[in-house]
Design a protein around this ligand. Structure first.
Ligand code: PXL
Length: 267
């Protein structure tokens, strides 16, 4: 039997909702073969002083080589890249392996406040990784940060930001409006010509940790199966909307998106 294969290059989120953990759960739910290259371990907690453990560059590179040599992904996504040197190495390997289905989730700050990209690394992300992307999936704040402009606060401003981001090199831009005030959860998808609005109802919950990771992981899975970018984004939007709608609370503040929700939805 053959199966579509995907790689995530991202951080480990020890609490299980986001990062590598969200990606692998999402890959499994969408029936693709998941692999991972861990850039850093995020384990924020109140018992120890340190919560972020960057992996040595050698370890990041070795994991990516292992994934390509032993299996060969049809699509990959990047999440937490954290440092300039990891960004440089990852963008070099993406070019060397000539993989085209590259989804870049330009994560900067996690839902629980973890720093996922060093301030001085934004430039490297923009110049080295964005041009290699088939699609990037910033939220409103990330879009603003990449462009050095105010945070978009309407679908019209999101469309303007999408046009500007497209100039930085990615083939498709998906700006996620999950945090828009006074609007439904509107995302915009732009390919340089066509601007598509994808709308879903706003779900009233604080338990959205992992939503962005899950969304981009689902896009990656569908691209690996040979779906078009638009089809992949539409399926992923339905997947993440269901995961937010059935979000999990652990009675300890912000809970997790439920990665199995789409499979278990009522049809
Ligand atoms: O949700 C963004 C995210 C991505 N990657 C890692 C994270 C988080 C949020 O906490 O920990 C590793």
């Amino acid at each position: 039997m053959s199966i579509s294969r995907v790689l995530t290059i991202a951080g480990s989120a020890a609490q299980g909702s986001a990062g590598i953990q969200a990606d692998l759960k999402t890959f499994q739910e969408l029936d693709v073969y998941g692999m991972s290259a861990i850039t850093a371990i995020v384990a924020n907690n109140s018992k120890t002083d340190k919560g972020i453990f960057t992996q040595p560059l050698e370890a990041v590179e070795a994991q990516i080589h292992a994934s390509f040599e032993h299996v060969g992904p049809h699509a990959l996504k990047t999440g937490m890249l954290f440092t300039e040197e990891i960004i440089q190495a990852v963008s070099g390997l993406i070019k060397d392996y000539k993989i085209k289905n590259v989804v870049v989730d330009p994560v900067m700050i996690g839902k629980m406040g973890s720093q996922l990209l060093k301030d001085e690394a934004i430039e490297a992300l923009t110049q080295q990784v964005l041009p290699a992307a088939l699609i990037i999936t910033p939220n409103l704040k990330e879009a603003a940060r990449l462009l050095n402009t105010p945070v978009p606060d309407s679908p019209e401003m999101m469309k303007h930001a999408a046009r500007e981001l497209h100039k930085l090199g990615p083939k498709y831009i998906l700006i996620k409006g999950g945090s828009l005030q006074d609007y439904p959860a509107v995302d915009v998808l732009f390919d340089g010509e066509r601007m598509i609005e994808l709308e879903s109802k706003r779900i009233d919950t604080i338990h959205t940790s992992g939503a962005g990771c899950t969304y981009s992981a689902a896009i990656t899975a569908e691209l690996a199966k040979g779906k078009s970018v638009e089809e992949a984004v539409r399926t992923a939007k339905a997947f993440v909307t269901e995961a937010i709608e059935q979000a999990l609370s652990f009675d300890r503040g912000i809970g997790s998106t439920y990665h199995a929700a789409y499979r278990k939805r009522e049809r």
